[in-house]
Design a protein around this ligand. Sequence first.
Ligand SMILES: [Zn+2]
Ligand SMILES: [Zn+2]
Ligand SMILES: [Zn+2]
Ligand SMILES: [Zn+2]
Length: 112
Amino acid sequence: MAIYKQPCIHCGSLVERDARFCPKCGSRNPFGFQCPSCLRSIDKGSQVCANCGRPLYVTCPFCGERTFVLEICEHCGRTLMVPCQNRRCGERKFFENEKCTVCGKKIKIKLR
Ligand SMILES: [Zn+2]
Ligand SMILES: [Zn+2]
Ligand SMILES: [Zn+2]
Ligand SMILES: [Zn+2]
């Protein structure tokens, strides 16, 4: 059976269509965007998440530009994800999230 691959929208590497995450950049949603708070699918260009109401444009803490809630800043390319501080969890979370969406542990922001 042929394996169909499609480029990851976050890093551009080819990923199997049914992959749960991108093996190159670790994105959990290689072919779409998801809300960093509730993990529902979102459309690029939407201002707020239709499910939880979270704003989908944020100010990058590195370059100060407004960027869509991607895993990396659209302007400076720095990662906007921080690792969960629960060592048994290890999930990467969006920097603005106050709690890990997987284990619920509070996240201290240590980007700078
Ligand atoms: Zn990727
Ligand atoms: Zn949401
Ligand atoms: Zn930036
Ligand atoms: Zn966690």
